[in-house]
Design a binder for this molecule. Structure first.
Ligand code: ATP
Ligand code: MG
Length: 229
């Protein structure tokens, strides 16, 4: 079998007389769940995004010493979960890049790829928005994309946003309130490891994939999976 051709980014920005809005939903997606999907869908609607790229992190920056499910499995589940939505695209962009995944590098590469009439929107939950000021080259992230900060149960969005404000970094942040889904990948992994049901926490297709491939059966200790900085 020959080497696989790199996946192409979706075409966007062709008409110079209009503005395009590209959403980027980053995460470890170990596994992807309805919290991610609802967040992306409501962000798409609220900010009138043309497309949302779901980008599983390749080699998460914070997780060099912990076990994370293979990028191919996480990507496959992302494909399955997003397949029915024409505005969602599962992207291999980060998993095909060697080494540590930094959001700033991804945004820089997307910025270089697309013409100026394509605006980038980075979608984050309240926990990620809290952390973003300490991510690698956060200052540069602020110049590359607008942040969409979504509410998430268990995390105080006001506190997160205050932290961003106090950082002095000029982030352009849009807040959105989304239906509260207290779902996390950590909880899904724990439930699978303990033989509990994960129905209605993520799509049937993802649950089928988890079962078929025997993912998360082993309750080994894993560190919290956070998206690459
Ligand atoms: P883990 O428990 O492994 O950390 P997770 O459920 O937090 O997984 P991630 O892949 O870490 O999922 O998160 C990716 C992005 O999705 C982050 O910006 C996070 O804030 C957001 N997110 C995840 N779950 C939810 C949810 N239930 N509601 C709103 N946003 C969410
Ligand atoms: Mg997380």
């Amino acid at each position: 079998m020959g080497a696989r051709a790199p996946q192409r980014l979706p075409e966007l920005g062709r008409d110079p007389n209009r503005e395009y809005r590209l959403g980027i939903m980053g995460g470890t997606f170990d596994p992807i769940h309805y919290g991610h999907l609802v967040t992306a869908e409501q962000a798409r609607e609220a900010l009138d995004l043309d497309l949302v790229l779901f980008m599983p992190a390749g080699s998460p920056a914070f997780k060099d010493d912990s076990f994370v499910t293979s990028a191919e499995d996480r990507y496959a589940m992302t494909v399955l979960a997003t397949a029915a939505n024409a505005d969602f695209i599962a992207s291999r962009f980060e998993i095909d890049r060697a080494g540590t995944t930094y959001t700033v590098d991804t945004l820089r590469a997307l910025r270089a790829h697309y013409p100026d009439n394509v605006h980038l929107y980075f979608v984050t939950g309240a926990d990620a928005i809290h952390d973003i000021v300490s991510w690698h080259d956060a200052k540069h992230i602020a110049t590359l994309a607008t942040l969409i900060a979504a509410t998430r149960p268990g995390y105080d969005i006001n506190q997160s946003c205050q932290r961003v404000e106090e950082s002095g970094i000029a982030f352009d942040v849009r807040y959105i309130e989304i239906p509260a889904l207290a779902i996390s990948s950590t909880n899904i992994r724990d439930r699978v490891a303990h033989g509990k049901s994960v129905r209605y926490l993520t799509s049937e297709s993802v649950i089928g994939y988890i079962r078929k491939n025997g993912l998360y059966r082993d309750p080994v200790s894993r560190s919290q999976a956070e998206p690459g900085e």
